[in-house]
Structures are given as C-alpha cells and as structure tokens.
Design a protein around this ligand. Structure first.
Ligand SMILES: *[C@@H]1O[C@H](CO)[C@@H](O)[C@H](O)[C@H]1NC(C)=O
Ligand SMILES: *[C@@H]1O[C@H](CO)[C@@H](O)[C@H](O)[C@H]1NC(C)=O
Ligand SMILES: *[C@@H]1O[C@H](CO)[C@@H](O)[C@H](O)[C@H]1NC(C)=O
Ligand SMILES: *[C@@H]1O[C@H](CO)[C@@H](O)[C@H](O)[C@H]1NC(C)=O
Ligand SMILES: *[C@@H]1O[C@H](CO)[C@@H](O)[C@H](O)[C@H]1NC(C)=O
Ligand SMILES: *[C@@H]1O[C@H](CO)[C@@H](O)[C@H](O)[C@H]1NC(C)=O
Length: 793
C-alpha cells in the first residue's frame, strides 16, 4: 500500500518539476506559498494548497481536482481575501486551529474549532479537507463551509449556502445563492444590494406545481456518487451520464445557473450533465435594474426606451433614466413595449374583467411611485402597476405589454433589437440553443484575468478542447512554466480604447499601408508601449457609438492563438479604427502561389490551425461568429508559420441598410463563397466550412482553384469543380497512388500520404453544394488532430 502511495506521489512529483506533495499537514507544521508544497488525497484525485489566479500575485488556499485540465478549484478558504505570493502561509497552530496568514502576518482566515488534540489536516478522497485528532475523529471539515461547489457526498444543510463567484476568473462572492429557504424549499436567489429575488423553483407557480414540498424540515440536499442530486423537498435530478465511477461536481455558476459537471477521464475536461435552468433569461439579476433580458436570439441585456446603460461592460449595473426623474412629476407619456414583463414590485394588481387599459394607465398616472405598468390581455385584462423595474424579460410567449412612463417631451426610439436581427452573418440563429452557456457573456464581462477553466465557465467539452489545445501550445513553447503566468500574460493583455491622436501618432499619420480590403485600409503602427500593431481604418460604418462599442467589445474578447487578436479600438466622431496585433509573416497566398512556397509540414499545420481558429469562432462560448470571408489572404502567418485568421467579426459592423449601400452586405470573395450566398439560402457557419474547403484544396494542389473567369453562371466546369470531380474519379478507380497525382508537384513527393488523403477528404466534403453535407469545423479539427503526428514524409 505504502509503495503504491509512494508511486503516486512520485508520479505527481514528476508531473510538476519542483513541487512536493504530502498526505498530512501535522500540527505545528506549515506550508508557505513559495514552498510549492501540496496536500493530496490518498487516491490523488484532489489537491489542496496555494492556488494562483494566473497573471496575478493573488493566491488562495484552495482544493482542486488534480486531474482536470487547468485545475478546477472546488473550494477556497479565503475566497474574498486573496493572499500575497510571498510570505503567506497556512499552519496548524498548537491550539488546533488551521490559520492562513498573509505576508504581514495578519490572519486572513482560520478554522473555528479549537481542540488541542487535533493532530493533522488531511484531504479525503471525496475532496473534503479535514482536521482530525489522533483517534481519527473529524473535528473540522471544509465540506461544512462550501463556496460555490457541492461535491458528491457533501451535504447542503440548513444554514449552509452555495454562493456563486462574481465573475469568470475570480472566486469573489457573487450574487447568486443556493440554500434552503425558511419554507424548507431548496431555492436559487439573486441577492444584490438593490433587490433579492427567487428565480428557482420557478416563482410564477406554487411549490407543488414545481414538484416540491415544504413539509420536510430536515433541509438536506446531496449529490450522490451515481449523479443523482436530491433534496428533502422532493427535488430530484439525474446527471445525464448517471452511474458510478465518474467524477462530478454541482456548481452554482456565475451566471446564476446550477449545473452538474462530469469529468471526462481521457481529456480532463468537463461536460455539463444537468442544469437547473434552461432559459438563461429566467435567472434574476443578470441584467440589473431597468434592463431587459431578451433572446436575440442569444440572451442579451438591453435598456428600455428612455433609459441608457450604466456600464456596457457590466450589465448587472443595469440601466439609468436618460432624463431627469423629477420630470416624471409633470407631463408624462407612456411608451409601449410589447411582450415585455417586469418581475414583481406591483403596488397595484387588478385582475378584473372590466379593468381597461385606460384605467390601468390612470392608476399609474395618478401615482408618483409608478415607473411603468404592465397590461396583460389574457382572458381578462390584468393590470400591474410597477414601483420598480427589475428582471425585465421580453418573450414572445408573454401575452401583454409594458408601458414605460417617460417625460412627455422626450424623444425616444425603440432599440433596434425590438425589430429582430437585421444583419446577416451575425449569428447562427437557427442553431443556437437557448439555455446553452453562451449567455456567460452578458453577465459580467469585467474580466481582467480570465482563466482557462473559468474562461468559458461551463461549456461543452468541445469548446474547451480548443482553448486547452491553444494553451497546450503555449505551454509547450514555454516548456511548462511552473506558473502559467507567462503564457497567460501573452494572451490576456487588456482590450482598450485608444484616442484618434494616439493612433495617428502610432501610425505616423497613417503612413505605412499594409493592405486594403472591403472593410477598410490597414496601416502599420507602433504604440507608445512599443507594441507593433496593425491599425484598420473602417470605411463605412454607420453605427452609433454604443452599438459599435458593444460589437467591438465582443470581438475584443475573442481570443485564440489562431485568430488575430484585437487589442483595442478608437471611436471618435466619425472615425472608427480597430487596433490589431501585427502578424509579421504575410498572408497564406504569398506562401502558396509564389515561388517561395510552404513545405508539407507547414501546410498541414496551417490547415489545422485555421480549422481550430474557425471552430473556436463558430462554437466559442461567448458569441457565435461566422467569418464570411475565409480565404488565403485573410490567413496570416506568424514568425513560426502558425496561421492567424484576420478580419473576423466585421460582418456585424457594417449595416446592410446603411446610406449608400444598396449593394447588399454580402461579404466574401468570389471563388470562396458558398453557393447559398447566390441561392439566397440561410447563411450558417457552413459558409465558412465551404471557404475553408476551397483553401484546403488549394493548399494541397498549390494552385489557385478559386480564380475563374467572371461568368460563374456557367460554372459546370470551374477549376474547383473540375478538380473535385477529377479527384473523386481517381479515388473511385481505386488507384492507390491517387494522392501522389494530386498533391502539389513542387513538393517533390515530400509529404505524408495519410495526411494528404485526410486533407483531400476534408476538402471535398467541405465544398459540398448542400451545406448540410459539409462537416462542422469542430469535427474537422478532430479528424486533423488524429493524424497530426504522422511523420511519414
Ligand atoms: C480529544 O478530542 C476528542 C474529540 O473531540 C474529545 O472528546 C477529547 O476530550 C479530546 N481529548 C483531549 C485530551 O483533549
Ligand atoms: C425528509 O427528508 C429526509 C432527507 O431527504 C428523509 O431522510 C426523511 O425521510 C424525510 N422525512 C419525511 C417525513 O419525509
Ligand atoms: C433518476 O433516476 C431514478 C432511477 O435511478 C429514477 O427513479 C428517477 O425518477 C430519476 N429522476 C429524474 C428526475 O429523472
Ligand atoms: C475514470 O477513472 C477512474 C479512476 O482513474 C476509474 O475508476 C473510472 O472507472 C474511469 N471512468 C471511466 C468512465 O472511464
Ligand atoms: C372591477 O373593477 C371595476 C372598476 O374598477 C369595479 O367597479 C368593480 O367593482 C370590480 N369588480 C370586482 C369583482 O372586483
Ligand atoms: C424598427 O421598426 C420600426 C417600426 O416597426 C421602424 O420605424 C424602425 O425604423 C425599425 N428600426 C430598424 C433599425 O429597423
């Protein structure tokens, strides 16, 4: 037994070069941050010790899953008070308390049990950190002081609650709580300084309609080893992968949703196997005061007419009146927003057949407390007069309207969102799953340090894979740094706003032109901090500041090693500029169609990297972005010939109906454009797959297949089709040397047959006329990764 443990420990030692692991922290002993020492559970599934939020000097005394990618923290002692990276320590004092001290010796946290016969701290296989006496009795346990996670066998009881973290990349206590209410019902509540409001079980119906009971006052909830989460109020849920042998956690995420996650053994990634709330807008408090949650089609916060957002990067701060509130005491008017309801705060509620809209209006008009009223036309007219506007929800199912009280002379326009989406290539409307964790974005986006596992919080494994892969590359290049800080910094530099003057100076008055495209001209520049940048001056953007800012912020958050990073923007007067990282090795076309061409290894790497970048755009957790203009000219290569896709996200910035743009806003370049553009079929992410397919085939062949003469009506035999037909025939003929006859002859046979065959297959299926037959980018990545290590040349 001992030797097995020893092997385990040795293994984990090998894993991180100079860290030490132990099974007990004995009384009188201590662990400092610098010592790099950890307590592990006997089966090594959990580790406890100092955990650093990457990129910061802040440390937490925490417990995490040893084998999850990027250490998934399940418990922290000092969630709201991180300690310094130097001189902080955890110790078991003579009086039996476990004490966390900061660099200045101040006590940041300590256990509340004093028993002089406590002998040691150890971490159980369940993830429970315990203090035991010499007889082995547990005198204190971390399971009694949960943070935002409940592990299997950990019991949530009366007086305990899970509290979400405030935002991704932070452990700080947020506003969402899971606890047993005084009615014995397991409840999710949004608890902000302004208001508290229960949103689960669904507050619109009673306890019994929700399948709960309030009779059992034992108030216990537990997730068992099978994946069943059960509470004494009759609530029960099963993880979709119900069964033993799977590591799970129940987490109250920072978007207010409660989820069960299961660990995939082979990859170390998490999948969601249950969640409490399927419609993200049902979580209260995400949009803040006055604001409205709307599916457009992804969940989004907006302000009602007459109101403006407080902080575009933090919607929980809600909206504020764009008028002097005292004006509501004189002449007012009401602006109707149909299908909008605000939750609660009704100081009049009239449910009476003869109660007319006019009467409801009079009620609101006659009361200075009234900010709006809601009138439901469902059976009878129902009138709700509102003193406060919280948790606005716009839903096509709501049979009524809310009438917002505004000063009479105020000119308001309804936000364009009420008209539905108007831009193509904005999002994959049809394919968005409402309730998927894509709503992480709009909650609190004041993320300074995003960390890998919380970056997307709760997203499906596939999305994570790409991020993890990206990380892995970083790690590989940096030889697994002891702290991920270095790698982290590289990809998390702040997105910022520049003044026009700064950019003018940086580009030396827009002197060095790097290129021009449909959306604008790109100039080279050097920022004050010596970063070399590419500054794109947008040609015709008709958006207002706010809209522009909102879109840009989204693009600014997109962060992947195979996507050109946007560092900032400028929006002053009519000027709209975007600031990108400078990628120094030209675009793919220059490395393909010239004498100076890429070798096979590089071509494969470019195909894989490009696929990863696109897959990330399509499936990424924050936004769904279709590029719409994938072509070699938009695939830039860095110093190591790794691809970085440029120009994504811009489809959103130029409006179709802007002045002087009668020509529709079809982005894309002839030869790479999927047939559905011409056929007026719905545009989905599969248009990018098509373009990618063309690029892949061009990379294999080494010649342009996309530049045929203008008359594409007679496209029976354009080069692409001819090539596809020819290849398919060769494959069908069963000639085992077909690959050799297809691949770029300039390579002189120096390429991997297997990789080439895979790429040909991907290329051909990607350029299928029928978009449904084309693969998803994610599966392309997977296929390519399977033959990535092929060495035969
Ligand atoms: C040791 O701990 C046990 C369990 O709390 C307690 O019952 C016992 O009195 C303690 N003994 C001494 C000598 O403090
Ligand atoms: C109350 O709930 C607990 C825990 O779920 C259960 O053990 C107990 O039997 C329940 N009591 C009644 C009266 O149903
Ligand atoms: C969970 O699974 C059990 C069977 O193991 C079943 O009896 C129960 O109804 C399931 N609960 C839910 C909510 O599906
Ligand atoms: C995952 O790994 C654990 C321990 O390594 C093992 O007990 C379990 O059966 C594995 N589960 C699956 C689904 O492979
Ligand atoms: C319905 O409302 C009208 C107008 O306010 C009132 O006169 C009438 O008494 C109400 N009826 C009931 C049943 O409340
Ligand atoms: C939205 O619809 C209204 C009328 O329904 C119209 O006046 C307005 O121009 C539309 N706005 C946009 C951005 O389409």
């Amino acid at each position: 037994m001992r030797s097995i443990l020893f092997v385990l420990i040795t293994l984990s030692l090998l894993h991180s070069a100079n860290s030490k692991s132990m099974l007990h922290l004995r009384k009188g002993a201590s662990i400092s941050v610098e010592s790099n020492t950890f307590i592990i559970s006997p089966d090594n599934s959990f580790t406890c010790g100092f955990y650093a939020m990457p990129g910061s000097n802040a440390y937490w005394f925490a417990t995490w899953f040893t084998n999850s990618k990027g250490k998934t923290v399940v418990w922290t002692a000092n969630r709201d008070k991180p300690v310094n990276s130097q001189g902080s320590r955890i110790a078991i004092h003579r009086d039996g308390t476990m004490v966390l001290t900061d660099v200045d010796g101040s006590i940041v946290w300590q256990t509340d049990v004093r028993a002089t016969n406590i002998s040691a701290a150890e971490l159980l296989n369940t993830g429970n950190l315990v203090l035991k006496n010499s007889q082995g009795d547990i005198l204190w346990q971390s399971f009694d002081v949960p943070t935002d996670n409940l592990l299997p066998s950990q019991i949530l009881t009366k007086d305990k609650r899970l509290i979400s973290s405030l935002r991704k990349g932070s452990f700080e206590s947020g506003h969402f709580n899971l606890y047993f209410g005084s009615d014995n019902v397991l409840t999710l509540i949004s608890d902000t300084p302004e208001t508290s409001s229960v949103y689960w079980p669904y507050p619109g119906v009673g306890i019994y309609e929700n399948g709960r009971t309030n009779y059992n006052s034992s108030r216990r909830a537990v997730l068992d080893d099978m994946g069943t989460f059960q509470a004494s109020d009759h609530f029960q849920a099963n993880a979709s992968d119900k069964g033993f042998g799977i590591k799970r956690r129940l987490t109250l995420d920072n978007d207010g949703n409660l989820r069960i996650y299961s660990l995939i053994n082979s990859t170390g990634l998490w999948t969601i196997t249950w969640q409490a709330i399927s419609q993200p807008c049902q979580v209260h408090g995400v949009c803040g005061r006055y604001a409205i949650c709307v599916y457009a089609p992804k969940p989004k916060c907006i302000c009602p007419p007459g109101y403006e957002v407080n902080n575009p990067s933090d919607w929980s701060a809600g909206c504020k009146p764009a008028f002097r509130e005292s004006l509501l005491n004189s002449l007012v008017k009401f602006v109707e927003v149909s299908r909008l309801d605000y939750f609660g705060f009704d100081f009049y509620y009239k449910d009476n057949f003869s109660f007319t809209l006019e009467a409801c209006r009079e009620l609101c008009l006659g009361d200075s407390r009234c900010k709006a009223f809601t009138y439901k036309t469902w059976g009878s007219g129902r009138c709700y007069v509102k003193s406060e506007l919280f948790n606005g929800l716009m839903s096509p199912d709501f049979p009524g309207s809310t009438y917002i009280k505004l000063p009479n002379k105020m000119q308001v326009s309804k936000p364009s969102i009420f008209n539905g989406s108007s831009t193509i290539c904005e999002s994959r409307e049809a394919e968005i799953l409402v309730g998927s964790p894509s709503m992480y974005d709009f909650i609190r986006t004041k993320v300074r340090w995003v960390y890998i596992y919380s970056f997307c919080g709760a997203l499906g494994a596939i999305e994570l894979i790409f991020i993890v892969v990206g990380w892995w590359y970083l790690f590989r290049k940096h030889g697994f740094p002891a702290s991920v800080e270095a790698g982290y910094r590289m990809i998390s530099s702040q997105f910022q706003r520049f003044s026009y003057g700064e950019l003018k100076k940086a580009t030396n008055n827009f002197r060095e032109e790097l290129g021009r495209g449909g959306s604008g001209i790109v100039y080279k520049g050097v920022l004050a901090d010596d970063r070399v940048v590419a500054v794109k001056r947008l040609g015709n953007v008709f958006q207002g500041q706010d809209e522009f800012w909102a879109e840009i912020r989204t693009i600014g958050k997109i962060n992947h090693m195979n996507l050109v990073r946007m560092w900032g923007f400028c929006s002053e007067g009519r000027q709209r500029l975007l600031v990108y990282e400078y990628v120094n090795n030209l675009s793919l076309d220059k490395h393909l169609f010239n004498s100076n061409f890429l070798g096979w290894k590089q071509r494969f790497a470019v195909a894989l990297g490009t696929a990863k970048g696109l897959a990330y755009l399509h499936d990424e957790c924050l936004e769904w972005v279709i590029h719409c203009d994938v072509k070699p000219e938009n695939i830039l290569l860095d110093g190591e010939l790794q691809p970085k896709i440029a120009d994504f996200g811009l489809a959103k910035l130029s409006r179709r109906d802007g002045p002087g743009s009668e020509i529709s806003n079809i982005r894309g370049t002839k030869g790479y454009m999927a047939p559905e553009w011409a056929l007026n079929h719905p545009i989905t992410a599969k248009v990018d797959v098509y373009s990618y397919g063309v690029v892949v085939l061009e990379m294999i062949k080494g010649i342009k297949l996309s530049n045929w003469a203008a008359d594409d009506t007679d496209d029976q035999e354009n080069p692409l089709k001819r090539f596809s037909r020819m290849v398919k025939e060769k494959i069908q003929c069963g000639n085992s040397y077909w690959v050799d006859s297809i691949v770029d002859p300039r390579l002189d046979g120096r390429f991997s047959r297997k990789q080439a065959a895979t790429l040909v297959e991907i290329g051909l299926s990607s350029v299928e006329e029928n978009s449904r037959k084309r693969p998803m980018m994610a599966s392309i990545v997977q296929t390519l990764m399977e033959c990535e290590d092929e060495t035969e040349i």
